[in-house]
Write a protein that binds this ligand. Sequence first.
Ligand SMILES: Cc1cc2nc3c(=O)[nH]c(=O)nc-3n(C[C@H](O)[C@H](O)[C@H](O)COP(=O)(O)OP(=O)(O)OC[C@H]3O[C@@H](n4cnc5c(N)ncnc54)[C@H](O)[C@@H]3O)c2cc1C
Length: 388
Amino acid sequence: MSLDADLILLGGGLANGLIAHRLATRRPDLRILVIEGGETLGGNHTWSFHDGDLSQAEHEWIAPFVAARWTDYDVRFPRRERRFGTGYASVSSERFRELLTRQLGQRILAGIPAVDVTPTSVTLADQRSFSARAVIDGRGARPSPHLDLGFQKFLGQEWEFDRPHGLQRPVIMDATVPQRDGYRFVYVLPFSPTRLLVEDTYYADRGTLDTEVLRGHLADYATRAGWGEGRLVREEHGILPIALGGDIDALIASSNGMPTVGLAHALFHPTTGYSLPDAVHVADLVSRAPDISPEGLARLLDAHARNIWSDRSYFRMLNRLLFHAGRPEERYRILEHFHRLPDPLVARFYAARLDFADKVRILAGKPPVPVFSALRVLAASRLPKESA
Ligand SMILES: Cc1cc2nc3c(=O)[nH]c(=O)nc-3n(C[C@H](O)[C@H](O)[C@H](O)COP(=O)(O)OP(=O)(O)OC[C@H]3O[C@@H](n4cnc5c(N)ncnc54)[C@H](O)[C@@H]3O)c2cc1C
């Protein structure tokens, strides 16, 4: 039987889109097919990352996807305002879609979701079937009993104002806003002198989002900022996973031998929920894979997910402190305290590449949460499988 492709990338979101790009560039010998259930690739997101998250070589190949770039950014807390001299950049879904559509053309099949999937075949809702040497599952976040999660949820609005808004650089966290539903901050990206993305964001226990309420908060914020009249260009919203604990072996076993990438394989920064840097690393990993059978790819991707999970246990412990050691409306104090640290350490934190001295230093100083609650949370971290 002739195969429809060497590799089917199921789900044309961030992780599989970047894999498709790297394979098309580095393995033009492979026939790839991207199957996306939505109308187009890439959904409706702004994917941002810090300069320190990527190597020089990764920066070079991701550059065509980058729609905006800044050399520094600000954070604001009730008792601390600070500028960090590290770069920040954003990839837009629009740019992602344009680039991949140009590069892959007919190798994208969008509009009909898959209903049946095996490691070598995909059947769509319209009953068409496609076969390949292997299928890579990049269908995005899904609920799992094997992950213990908190949530970073937000509503973002992109505005074109009638006059300049006056912001030169991103405000990654403005936590001077009233604290409610956990740790709340506003995130602002100025795309041009008159255009910006503003997001009302919460580190919350519950993954539900009342968009009407958040729209009201954004309107209040814009009024207080004095941005004046403007036109709403687009909205985006997200409920990102914040890892508190879990059982990576059980999560991997639940993929039943399917090579899996992206959020579904716990490939995200435990504290920020960002997955772009991981998606970039995995795209390179897959493009170098010596064996593209389902077993070969699953072995490679599962080993990678296990390593990443074990490397990042410290972040999950910090998350448990954030979510469980203090009162929800006091959570901002932990972030305020953290942002006292030097720029390079903060950059390594966002890149999830802390060394031992960094880990000690983050926890040093007067604790911003009650000591006994913190000890209780830390003691729970000693369980064989992490739990909150
Ligand atoms: C609004 C928003 C903003 C974000 N901002 C950032 C950020 O700034 N930086 C960052 O690093 N991370 C960010 N994230 C988090 C994370 O990077 C994204 O969620 C990222 O898109 C996850 O990548 P993924 O490839 O795992 O899944 P996705 O990008 O969600 O891709 C999954 C794809 O699979 C498709 N699909 C699902 N089921 C089927 C099916 N049955 N058949 C066919 N196709 C299917 C979906 O339609 C989707 O296109 C953001 C998330 C959201 C929601």
